[in-house]
Ligand binder design. Structure first.
Ligand code: G3H
Ligand code: 13P
Ligand code: ZN
Length: 352
């Protein structure tokens, strides 16, 4: 099966009332772990690469690994998505590589740090939509800005600063003016492991305070404006499992007290229109914990397969759990994929 369109994957998720995990990858082991989990659970899935991932993997390697993934798992419906594209040029580069979906993150300027004006965001996002839809490629836009900067992408907004949360009124205007296929929300989540500055008296991190009511408002406003079931996207959705942080530290790591987004909050979002859920950090922690365990327990080992293998296994287990919790498991055969040519014709017809 060829790679599928994000537009179709999320429309189907809306019909089925589930969320689709969008998992970040940089290398072969991560792609293998996600594809194996998707196949075993019969789950549609989104695999995404950041600009950093494209740089790390030298792009062509990543493209060829994804081609291999499709050959090895012909029954899995998989979307290949660019995460946080910083400019129309980067988005076109990803489309040229064969990505079936791109994110134009115009909430920030091309440096990936400076908060952009609304007008700039509308302009660059609408431009990417025009270029992408002409190829049948889907587009994710972002309105409002996420907190955090630790992974190099983000405005460094304090996690308790609410001034950059997505404005529910503006969300409708943004969708209308840009023509995007799905909208990433800023509701108080941030990238990375340290999503909260709140700790209890013993120094344990408390969950971040999220503006979950905004999801409801945005969903209602979009429905009232003629966009029922419009797919919403939750970034920074790692839950930062406490047992994995403990395992990293048990085997010589030095992670600080960290806490992510509780699964109940994500499931609350899924009931109200969140269809794409971005997860990177949890996979990083799971793989690092597994590698540290091998190094600590068997320091005589030096074959990379002895630690990359367990890291891949740990990611596979983590992803399986997410696929079940997000509800995407068991939905792989709900629909026939439409080709990008078909989707392209649909976009063209909508424009008339
Ligand atoms: O955008 C956030 C993702 O976690 C990607 O991170 O830019 O370090 O690859 P990265
Ligand atoms: P986490 O850092 O919470 O995994 O979020 C990843 C993300 O939003 C990628 O775009
Ligand atoms: Zn993100």
């Amino acid at each position: 099966m060829p790679l599928v369109s994000m537009k179709q994957a999320l429309e189907e998720a809306a019909k089925g009332g589930y969320g689709v995990g969008a998992f970040n990858v940089n290398n072969m082991e991560q792609i293998q772990a996600i594809m194996r989990a998707a196949e075993e659970l019969d789950a549609p899935v989104i695999i995404q690469a950041s600009r950093g991932a494209l740089k790390y993997s030298d792009m062509v390697y990543l493209k060829k690994l994804m081609e291999a993934a499709v050959i090895r798992h012909p029954d899995v419906k998989v979307v290949l998505h660019l995460d946080h594209g910083n400019s129309p040029e980067t988005c076109v580069q990803a489309m040229d590589l064969g990505f079936t979906s791109v994110m134009m993150d115009g909430s920030l300027m091309a440096d990936g740090k400076t908060i952009a004006s609304y007008e700039y965001n509308v302009e660059v996002t609408a431009k990417v939509v025009e270029l992408a839809h002409a190829r049948g490629v889907s587009v994710e836009g972002e309105l409002g800005a996420l907190g955090g900067i630790e992974d190099g992408h983000g405005a460094g907004i304090a996690v308790d600063d609410t001034t950059h949360l997505t404005d529910p009124e503006q969300a409708v205007d943004f969708v209308k003016k840009t023509g995007i296929d799905c909208l990433a929300l800023a509701i108080g989540t941030s990238h990375g492991a340290y999503k909260t500055m709140r700790y209890d008296k013993d120094g344990n991190a408390l969950p971040p305070r999220l503006a979950l009511d905004r999801i409801e408002k945005i969903e209602a406003n979009l429905a009232a404006a003629g966009f029922p079931d419009f797919p919403l996207v939750m970034h920074g959705s790692s839950s930062v499992p406490q047992e994995l942080v403990a395992m990293v530290n048990k085997y010589g790591g030095k992670m600080k007290a960290a806490m992510g987004v509780p699964m109940e909050d994500i499931q609350f979002g899924i009931k109200r229109g969140v269809r794409k859920i971005n997860v990177d950090t949890d996979g990083r922690i799971a793989m690092t914990a597994a590698v540290r365990k091998v190094f600590m327990e068997t320091p005589e080992k030096f074959d990379p397969r002895d630690w990359l293998g367990p890291a891949r296994e740990a990611l596979y287990e983590l992803i399986k759990g997410k696929m079940i919790d997000f509800g995407q498991a068991g939905h792989g055969k709900d629909y026939e994929p439409r080709s990008l040519e078909q989707i392209k014709a649909e976009y063209a017809a909508q424009k008339k």
